[in-house]
Design a protein around this ligand. Structure first.
Ligand SMILES: NC(=O)c1ccc[n+]([C@@H]2O[C@H](COP(=O)([O-])OP(=O)(O)OC[C@H]3O[C@@H](n4cnc5c(N)ncnc54)[C@H](O)[C@@H]3O)[C@@H](O)[C@H]2O)c1
Ligand SMILES: O=C(O)C(=O)C[C@@H](O)[C@H](O)[C@H](O)COP(=O)(O)O
Ligand SMILES: [Zn+2]
Length: 366
């Protein structure tokens, strides 16, 4: 088993990664149970894994109550938050209980936020079942719902008590979802780890095709990278954690433009957004054009959108910049951007002119 510690003082926890771990999750959860049943929140596409988790709890004499929500980004909403918190209250959840989030980033973000506010804060455990959630959203404590104004605008920092990752659950994940999650894997290479980007170029296809060894390596490496950055800047105040937002200012604008729908998945928006961030950096002369081309080529080769056309977005630059004004990085009227001096050399640039971003976007092929 790989154990990655997330060092956050009294909010520290472990990420445990092992093939087949879901069937043994009861061993890790029993010490947290206090003799009480668990509430497990999941979505309708994760039911086979729910059965495995419940069986593993039963083997320890532990009961559980499943709350099954509709799949999809639309579930990160006020309406679902209200329904979920009402149900958790009906179940009599205590602050010392551990609510289990079994699912992708949507379930993890929603359950994380619900438990942050329920009785002013109760515990939760992440059991991520998508590649995206295993390499990114289950770690670090960002929780949120979307609103009409944009992505993740209502939320809280609330760390899980434990993260249990079983790479075998990815066997049931649709290929499109796998590719979307892989965008967040590539992100770690692009941020500050050129050698890992090279690993992605060499192993991305095998990972997507089903190689367990490649998936295990990508998950462990990504989680360790995220844990390191989060430990340095838990609440995104120093700028270190903002690096994890590479591609997201563009990406969230694309998601908003496509209505947070399955027209463009979060990871797809991030893929296109990272290509645009590198393209814009090259356009400004900050980054070699060949690096931007290399990033786009890898994303394209792995079946991810690497620009506006591939993302199916044909809005004007001005309209996309309007979406960006809701970005949580906005500070005193300016929007810092994650730009790149090269692959593995990204940084936060506070001097970007939004009119230049709009003009750059207008010049992109549609
Ligand atoms: N909190 C963070 O740090 C953070 C980081 C990255 C992304 N996110 C958020 O995560 C969300 C995206 O997460 P996601 O890509 O996991 O999407 P998701 O939760 O919608 O899951 C994707 C799809 O896969 C299905 N699914 C989940 N596990 C499955 C399995 N094992 N087999 C078959 N189907 C399965 C789901 O039902 C859904 O249809 C976005 O809302 C994004 O903003 C948060
Ligand atoms: O953990 C972080 O920090 C990230 O930025 C990870 C991102 O992949 C994730 O999509 C996050 O939810 C985006 O954060 P936001 O603050 O832009 O909503
Ligand atoms: Zn993301």
């Amino acid at each position: 088993m790989t154990i990655v510690p997330v060092a956050l003082g009294d909010r520290s926890y472990e990420v445990r990664i092992e093939a087949g771990l879901l069937a043994r999750a009861g061993d890790l959860l029993a010490p947290l149970a206090r003799g009480r049943p668990f509430a497990i929140v999941t979505d309708g596409n994760v039911l086979p894994h729910l059965a495995a988790l419940q069986a593993s709890l039963e083997a320890h004499g532990l009961g559980s109550e499943a709350i099954v929500l509709p799949p999809g980004e639309g579930t990160k909403s006020w309406a679902q938050l209200e329904a979920l918190t009402d149900r958790l209250l009906e179940l009599g959840i205590e602050r010392g209980d551990h609510v289990i989030a079994l699912g992708g980033g949507v379930i993890g973000d929603l359950v994380g936020f619900a438990t942050a506010i329920l009785k002013r804060g109760c515990n939760f455990v992440q059991i991520p079942t998508t590649l995206l959630a295993q390499v990114d959203s289950s770690v670090g404590g960002k929780t949120a719902i979307n609103t009409r104004a944009g992505k993740n605008l209502i939320g809280a920092f609330h760390q899980p008590r434990l993260v249990i990752i079983d790479p075998l659950v990815l066997e049931t994940l649709p290929p499109r979802e796998l590719r979307a999650g892989y965008a967040e894997v590539v992100k770690y290479g692009l941020i500050d780890d050129f050698a890992f980007f090279e690993w992605c170029e060499a192993n991305g296809a095998a990972l997507l095709a089903g190689s367990l060894a490649a998936r295990e390596h990508a998950i462990a490496h990504s989680v360790a990278a995220k844990a390191r950055i989060v430990a340095e800047d838990e609440r995104e105040t120093t700028g270190a954690r903002a690096l994890l937002n590479l591609g997201h200012t563009f990406g969230h604008a694309l998601e908003a433009e496509t209505g947070f729908s399955d027209r463009l998945l979060h990871g797809e928006g991030v893929a296109a957004g990272m290509a645009l961030a590198f393209g814009f950096s090259a356009h400004k002369g900050l980054c070699p054009g060949q690096d931007a081309e290399r990033v786009a080529a890898h994303l394209r080769a792995c079946g991810m959108p690497e620009g506006l056309a591939a993302a199916g977005v044909d809005a004007s630059g001005a309209r996309l910049v309007e979406h960006m004004l809701h970005d949580k990085k906005m500070s005193a009227g300016t929007l810092p951007f994650l730009l790149a001096r090269g692959i593995g050399r990204t940084y936060l640039d506070k001097t970007v002119d939004l009119a230049e971003v709009a003009a750059f976007l207008d010049a992109q092929p549609r």
